[in-house]
Design a protein around this ligand. Structure first.
Ligand SMILES: [Zn+2]
Length: 102
């Protein structure tokens, strides 16, 4: 299965036969430097689905027995700092107080 992982400013190909969700997330973190990606899959009818777990990627694989390349779109998921409660962090560190994500 070939994933074309699309972020706002870059795209990367990830090829693996039966990847787990964690493997995809790790690839995105290592190769694209994105910490908390939300993944979205859009089917042929233009309907979009969140991809949150390995069940979801298996589901996509079942639909795509013929087509092998899958676009996955990344939306950045922001997190709230436990120390200063700043809510819009997308990096590994809090943008306001510099605490690491917990
Ligand atoms: Zn903070």
């Amino acid at each position: 299965m070939l994933f074309n992982i699309v972020a706002s400013d870059s795209e990367k190909l990830y090829e693996k036969e039966n990847p787990t969700y964690d493997e995809i997330i790790r690839f995105i973190k290592d190769q694209m430097n994105i910490v908390s990606p939300l993944l979205t899959y859009i089917d042929d009818d233009g309907k979009s689905y969140y991809v949150n777990c390995t069940n979801d990627t298996n589901e996509i694989r079942k639909r795509l027995s013929i087509i092998k390349k899958v676009n996955l779109y990344i939306t950045l998921q922001s997190w709230t700092c436990a120390f200063c409660t700043y809510e819009e962090n997308t990096e590994e560190k809090c943008e306001v107080c510099g605490q690491m994500k917990k």
